[in-house]
Design a protein. Structure first.
Length: 136
């Protein structure tokens, strides 16, 4: 192989590698920013909920504070915020938010109803038959 061709090939590899690194960094930065925004929103919601509980019911029980600080889902925090508007005391808040002994039981979807995406179209194969044994 001629020297000039080898040099161009190596330069192409270097160029491709540099481009791949740039794309990886860009995607990593975008993912990091998105995750940071999500965590910031969750943290803000927690603070607002704890502050509202403190204003409505005065001292926030330590157990409730720990539970709220452990929540990492926006939907759960939204449910608590909605229950906070309707609750007249802490016990009712726990029930409305879906925590505690008297929480309403939610129906669970069956496995086949929960299946989504490409896996939903895939049917399971029937049970395999045992191998046939020939008498020879």
């Amino acid at each position: 192989m001629p020297e000039a061709l080898m040099g161009r090939k190596a330069a192409g590899y270097r160029q491709g590698y540099a481009k791949g690194v740039q794309q990886g960094l860009r995607k990593g930065m975008q993912k990091g920013i998105k995750e940071g925004l999500r965590k910031g929103a969750i943290d803000g919601m927690r603070r607002v909920i704890l502050r509202q509980i403190h204003q409505r019911f005065d001292p926030v029980p330590k157990s409730m504070q720990r539970q709220i600080e452990a929540i990492g889902e926006v939907r759960t925090l939204e449910r608590i915020a909605g229950a906070l508007l309707k609750a007249s005391d802490l016990g009712q808040l726990r029930r409305l938010a879906g925590h505690g002994k008297n929480a309403p039981k939610r129906k669970r979807k069956s496995f086949s109803a929960r299946r989504e995406g490409p896996a939903a179209a895939v049917r399971r194969s029937p049970r395999r038959m045992p191998p046939v044994r020939y008498p020879y």
